[in-house]
Design a protein around this ligand. Structure first.
Ligand SMILES: Cc1ncc(COP(=O)(O)O)c(C=O)c1O
Length: 409
């Protein structure tokens, strides 16, 4: 196959892949319309585009109610608040995720409890989750990471047994389904991000879906400066903030939602092609497809690089070479949050970490070996948009991976 590009050879690919995000004239028209309307913000709440989008988005996922918010981190905070998470409550989270899953827990002065991931899916491990439940646990916050769902059946059993809430972080799972039910609709609440890299984006944005009116009402009040919700059946009165989505964001997201099914189909076909070609390659392993995950929503194609099978050559060398062959890729996409440089936690800022404990919780003591192996040695992340092109584009990815493996020494 010739010399590797990283050692001066010709790269497999020079042509860029499909650009992301994708937009068309309809989006320009929608944005112009919002502009001309002079009705740009999230107030009056819920505003027209934001409300229409949120309801369609919830419907797609099989939830009764949807709420559009400013971004995905806020969506998680809103969902935790709507679920009644209070200072000192423990919330079980996977260690391997974006810091934005954890920050909102701390912001409510609740306590994140890190649990390791399942090596087959890189999502929250169900048995370890059950073992981590204490008298203070109030919620499970699984993340449907990369291209897999957390085992919602097992998590639901744990939640039922201990009377816990389930809040699904679906930042990677737009349009995904578990046993036919949309992401976010199996748990009590689901949270989505529309940040630039996501499967649907308005640059920034978020959504909270639920089928429980009380949670939906509380979420609305919290997002809209504490004002009464549209239905106000439960008469929640709480301190809220301005977490509203703008009409520009919502107008863009209506277009993104329209395109999602077709993009999902193309992406899925190309990812399957890719997976069929790399399956069984010496030194690589694929994640497990759970048949209960009836619609895959792959934010990134994630697979394993196994340095032990490849003479100890580190993942960084594989990725450097792959990138030079013209394939965008990442390894240290996430760190176990407790080890991340973006998590310089000072327990004095979060008093609940010390409540009823001799010493404040020190997350530097946490060890989640599967998360650490995935983050620092093993995981390879390929962005979703490179699978939105033709089969030939996908074949280039296959060829580049094969070429690097062939020259791995
Ligand atoms: C798993 C996960 N959770 C939460 C978030 C937070 O979303 P946002 O960046 O929109 O605040 C993101 C996205 O960045 C994410 O990937």
């Amino acid at each position: 196959m010739g010399k590797l590009a990283i050692t001066g050879g010709t790269p497999v690919r020079r042509k860029p892949f499909t650009s992301w995000p994708i937009f068309d004239r309809e989006d320009s028209r929608a944005l112009q319309e919002v502009l001309a309307s002079r009705n740009w913000g999230g107030y009056p709440f819920p505003n027209q585009h934001a409300d229409r989008f949120a309801q369609s988005f919830a419907r797609l996922h099989g939830a009764k109610y949807g709420l559009a918010v400013a971004n995905g981190t806020i969506a998680i905070e809103v969902a935790l608040k709507a679920a009644g998470i209070s200072p000192g409550d423990e919330v079980i989270v996977p260690a391997y995720t974006w810091e934005g899953t954890i920050g909102p827990i701390l912001r409510l002065n609740a306590v994140p409890v890190f649990v390791d991931i399942d090596p087959d899916t890189y999502c929250l491990e169900a048995r370890l989750t059950e073992a981590a439940v204490t008298a203070r646990t109030r919620a499970l916050l699984p993340v449907h990471l990369g291209m897999c769902f957390a085992d919602l059946d097992a998590l639901r059993r744990t939640a039922k047994k201990h009377q816990l809430m389930i809040i699904e972080d679906c930042a990677h799972a737009h349009g995904g389904r578990w046993r036919g039910k949309g992401a976010g609709a199996t748990g009590d609440l689901g949270c989505f991000s529309f940040q630039s890299s996501k499967l649907m984006t308005a640059g920034e944005g978020g959504a909270v879906v639920t089928s429980n009116l009380e949670y939906h009402e509380r979420a609305q009040s919290y997002t809209n400066c504490g004002r009464a919700s549209a239905t106000d059946r439960y008469r929640n009165r709480l301190i809220g903030f301005n977490y509203r989505m703008t009409e520009f964001q919502a107008a863009l997201l209506e277009g993104q939602l329209r395109r999602l099914p077709e993009q999902a189909k193309t992406r899925q076909e190309n990812m399957e092609l890719f997976e069929n070609r790399i399956r069984g390659a010496h030194g690589l392993a694929t994640l497990k497809h759970d048949r209960r995950n009836t619609q895959v929503a792959a934010y990134q194609y994630v697979f394993k690089y196994l340095p032990d099978q490849l003479g100890g050559v580190p993942r960084s060398a594989f990725l450097g070479a792959l990138e030079m062959e013209g394939i965008p890729c990442d390894g240290l996409f996430y760190e176990p949050v407790y080890k991340s440089a973006l998590f310089p936690l000072d327990p004095r800022d979060f008093p609940a970490l010390s409540w009823a404990r001799e010493q404040a919780i020190d997350f530097r003591d946490v060890r989640c070996p599967v998360s650490e192996r995935a983050a620092y040695q093993e995981a390879v992340w390929l962005p979703h948009h490179i699978f939105l092109g033709t089969q030939r584009d996908t074949q280039d990815i296959v060829t580049a991976v094969g070429k690097v493996l062939e020259h791995i020494e």
